[in-house]
Design a protein around this ligand. Structure first.
Ligand SMILES: C[S@@+](CC[C@H](N)C(=O)[O-])C[C@H]1O[C@@H](n2cnc3c(N)ncnc32)[C@H](O)[C@@H]1O
Length: 252
């Protein structure tokens, strides 16, 4: 493809959220976060295994495929990207074609991951949680259907970065812990945040970490304020409404 052909195909696919260099053509050169996500990735790239040969990767909410392509670049044996938006998937297919990586893209919602019928060594779940009306359900589904080992997770966070050491239990009349900035807190967006109608729940740092643990992920690295590298772990007890029962013991 000539640069003019790439330029035309990029333009035909509408506005891009990912700025990717496609043969010298920038897909989102005027992004409000500058060279995004490359600038962000530079802050935590060291935390992701550099050699992914022989490993499989699933990128959930892959958008135009920036992270899927980066994982293919690190030698992953198989990379699958899913997104609920066909428009972004068309961009991702073009980006993979121009960069020359063999990546499978599928139109799927995070809630329907069981349809893949497959587990992956590295699951990427970046920038999606706060777009969901049912964020814990999504984490539960990821843990129970597609996660075999590592989860690379990112969420928008607002509120305090303080993380309280929350007690196992509190007395009914002890209300002060809820007022601490470091208590796990999800901010509900009834209307808009940042002009985006798809923002629903924005956690503070304590809530992001607590939700990961609650869904059965152990945080093994925190290379950037919003980014967590996790390992699939036993799910703690009290796994809640989506699964009905609240077993007293730790599940396998
Ligand atoms: C803010 S973008 C993040 C893109 C990329 N993961 C990143 O970190 O740069 C959110 C992406 O999640 C996708 N998305 C939103 N809801 C989804 C859902 N229920 N299932 C799968 N993808 C979803 C959107 O279409 C969009 O591509």
């Amino acid at each position: 493809m000539t640069q003019d052909e790439i330029k035309a195909r990029v333009a035909a696919l509408g506005d891009w959220f990912h700025n990717i260099d496609l043969g010298g053509v920038q897909t989102a050169p005027h992004h409000f976060l500058h060279d995004y996500p490359a600038d962000k990735f530079a802050r935590f790239a060291h935390a992701v295994p550099n050699d992914l040969s022989g490993r499989t990767v699933l990128d959930i909410g892959c958008n135009a495929g920036f992270y899927a392509i980066e994982m293919a670049r690190r030698g992953a044996a198989r990379v699958v990207g899913i997104d609920s938006d066909q428009r972004y998937l068309a961009q991702a297919r073009l980006a993979a074609e121009v960069t020359g990586f063999d990546i499978e893209f599928r139109n799927l919602s995070v809630y329907d991951l069981a349809q893949l019928g497959e587990q992956f060594d590295l699951v990427i779940f970046m920038g999606v949680l706060y777009h969901l009306r049912h964020p814990l359900l999504a984490l539960d589904v990821i843990r129970d259907t597609v996660a075999r080992d590592l989860l690379l997770f990112q969420t928008l966070q607002r509120g305090s970065d303080q993380v309280d050491d929350v007690a196992e239990d509190y007395d009914f009349f002890q209300t002060a812990p809820f007022d601490s900035p470091g208590y796990p807190r999800l901010h509900f967006v009834e209307r808009y945040y940042a002009g985006d109608p798809t923002n629903w729940w924005v956690p503070n740092a304590a809530a992001a970490q607590a939700m990961l643990r609650s869904a059965g992920f152990c945080i093994i690295d925190h290379p950037e304020a919003e980014v967590y590298l996790c390992r699939r772990a036993p799910r703690p007890s009290r796994d809640g409404a989506a699964y009905g029962a609240r077993p007293a013991t730790v599940l396998p």
